[in-house]
Design a binder for this molecule. Sequence first.
Ligand SMILES: [Zn+2]
Length: 364
Amino acid sequence: MLIFAHNKLGKLVSINDVPNGKLCQCTCPGCDDELVARNRGKIKAHSFAHTSKPEKSSCLMTALHRFAQEYLAAQEQILLPSVKYKHMGKTKVRPPKLVKILQGSVESPLDKYKMDVELETSVGKIFIEVKVTANCSDEKVSYIKSNKVATLEIDLSQFLEQSIEAVIDALRNVEPYSTWIYSWCDEALKNEIEKEIEAERVAAQQALEREIKRKKTTAKRAINNLIRSGTIGLPAKELPFTTLIEAKKYQLQAKVLNAGSWSFNNFQVMIDTEDYILATCQMLSKKGKEANKLFIFFPYSAEALRDFKPIPNSAVLCRLFRKGSYPYKWLSFPEPSPHKLKKAQDKAEQAKRESLEYFENYSL
Ligand SMILES: [Zn+2]
């Protein structure tokens, strides 16, 4: 349905603004054919009719394209569609914004390209590409993006057969029909996101530093307490082994050290860095004889613990930074004598047998 035409002055006019019939003195914006205006009827929608050439779809497209360009350039304000900007895993949204149009023009040059509409607005220069059928070329789109040219594409392809009123409604609120190729505030949103990410990074870094400081203080306090008391609460140590009881396989734990308090002497801090402390002391048996050497590791971070190379076949404790009566765990443990290991395994096996018997009797 052709609803826009050129009048004899070459100005674009709509079917409702011209005299009826040949008196309209209009030509087709697409093919220059002379037109007659059919705008008297009360039932059929008003439209222009070609007089000597067939009406082609390109006539409708050119007319709609020209009308949209001129309409947008002539407005005093425009409701800019909302903007959604994604960057570094974050999304920022700007709601629709009504802005003043200070000046509008059509077919504006931009480097080697022609832009359908150019608007000088209260938020800066904004170009509009009106799409009726053809898409903006990839080359033009990449030029717009890389040069950060605020450009909105409005797709009017669904309005080729619609009334003037429908077209104007669409142009007054373009949000549903438009896409930002590069929005008027993309740069600002990008900066906002980068600032937020930087602030988060700084906050995380500060939290980590506070955590390390807290662990350092805890470690120093723990060391002072150890030196003052001359004793340390060691966690139990169990070694897994497999055994057969009445032809059935069991995985048991042989307890080679009971949890308990041990005396020591010669406590020394061997290494004290920004990341950890490694200390050592000489354990004493219940009778006061020198037993194994004990190493105690105080890591301030997961990295420090991961990078620590255990001392083979030695008693190495790691301080756990949590509350509890035995805030240590074994990182490595010296191999017990075969005699001691056998005794611990026998004890575990005996306990297992007793519990098996108990449940057997219980079920009878
Ligand atoms: Zn035509």
